[in-house]
Design a protein around this ligand. Structure first.
Ligand code: RB5
Length: 142
């Protein structure tokens, strides 16, 4: 599975931790679209880059992190075919996959800790969509 990652300065540290974690997992290739330092950066550019790449089919899934996750999710969800789930705990990360077939996980780097975030990443990558009535509803989104 090909994964693309992106963050602004508010999510930089958490993105780095997520990247190291994902690179340690077998069967995932990880591409980092920045930012590459904690210097202030505008979140929309990274969100556009990641969302466009997932929407184009270049990557299977994406992870976006800003301070709250709000700005990244607002931008990413403007793309047709993108289902960006702003998640704060294990339950929302799992349900985002099971019920919403989320293809981008969004997290707030100033909201959650690293340990929780890495478990959420695992759930996001490994939980299948439940299909059935949930897939019908996903189909109604666009
Ligand atoms: C940056 O200070 C912050 O506004 C940004 O990371 C994000 O939280 C926006 O939604």
């Amino acid at each position: 599975m090909d994964i693309v990652l992106g963050a602004d300065h508010g999510g930089f540290e958490l993105k780095e931790a997520c990247k190291v974690h994902m690179e340690s997992l077998p069967d995932y290739s990880v591409r980092d679209m920045g930012v590459f330092s904690p210097d202030p950066a505008d979140y929309p550019k990274v969100a556009h880059d990641v969302a466009r790449a997932v929407a184009n089919g270049e990557f299977d899934r994406g992870v976006l992190i800003c301070g709250t996750g709000l700005g990244m999710s607002i931008v990413a969800n403007r793309y047709k075919g993108i289902r960006a789930a702003l998640c704060h705990n294990l339950y929302t990360a799992r349900m985002g996959r099971q019920h919403n077939d989320a293809n981008i996980l969004v997290m707030g780097g100033r909201v959650i800790g690293v340990g929780l975030a890495l478990e959420m990443v695992d759930l996001f990558l490994m939980t299948p969509s439940e299909g059935g009535r949930h897939q019908r509803r996903v189909g109604q989104i666009d």
